[in-house]
Ligand binder design. Structure first.
Ligand SMILES: N[C@@H](CCC(=O)N[C@@H](CS)C(=O)NCC(=O)O)C(=O)O
Length: 207
């Protein structure tokens, strides 16, 4: 199976980390979305990465579907718990972390437009979602070692990919003069643990 991805997509990084943590072999195909020959739209009508193309040609998207597929490829150390309640908790963490990424991506796309076409109201609205999302993630994490049930899971992976994306694209972001690391100390501490894992090191976004 082959993963179509871009190096700095936080959603594709989540998939790559799950594949590494689960020791599932995936052929990596890095694409350039703006390239006219980019193969993504042949496999995903939404034209988005990541897409996992299975050996029989069937494409899987989006990242949430792909991580579930990969997690079930081997019975070893499930990243999505089997227990229903624990699974729902993990998936809510993922939904919020991905949602913060969605808002951050929207800001980045707006800021790439020529200045006269940018909407400050749209940027402020999306940045509000980033701030609210991080506030809730930080409060939910508190001093816990892992996001859910004292076990490393997809929740930690999704959170780490979200924080890695903020670090990549919004290094200069400040709230009342504070970086996200200063403002959200629980998240910063957790992130410093996550980035030591080989799966995170191998998939570090490229500035
Ligand atoms: N919900 C999707 C989001 C995927 C997504 O937005 N990917 C971005 C890259 S970070 C993309 O491919 N954007 C191209 C486009 O929207 O045309 C997922 O989790 O896979």
């Amino acid at each position: 199976m082959q993963l179509l991805y871009t190096i700095n997509s936080p959603y594709a990084r989540k998939v790559r980390i799950v594949a590494l943590e689960k020791h599932v072999d995936v052929e990596l195909n890095e694409v350039v979305l703006s390239d006219p020959d980019c193969p993504v739209s042949q496999h995903n009508p939404l034209g988005k990465v990541p897409v996992l193309v299975l050996d029989d040609g069937e494409p899987l998207y989006d990242s949430r579907v792909i991580v579930e597929y990969l997690d079930h490829r081997t019975p070893l150390s499930h990243l999505i718990p089997q227990d229903h309640i624990a699974k729902i908790k993990v998936r809510r963490w993922e939904a919020l972390a991905d949602g913060v990424c969605d808002a951050a991506v929207a800001v980045m796309l707006e800021q790439r437009k020529p200045e006269a076409q940018q909407s400050q109201a749209h940027i402020d609205k999306q940045m509000g979602k980033v701030l609210q999302g991080l506030t809730v993630l930080d409060a939910d994490l508190l001093k816990k070692k892992w996001c859910v049930n004292e076990t490393f899971s997809l929740a930690d992976i999704a959170l780490g990919c979200c924080l890695g994306y903020l670090d990549l694209r919004f290094k200069h972001l400040r709230w009342d003069g504070k970086t996200w690391q200063d403002k959200f100390v629980n998240l910063a501490k957790h992130y410093s643990v996550l980035v030591k894992r080989p799966s995170f090191k191998q998939t570090m976004p490229q500035p």
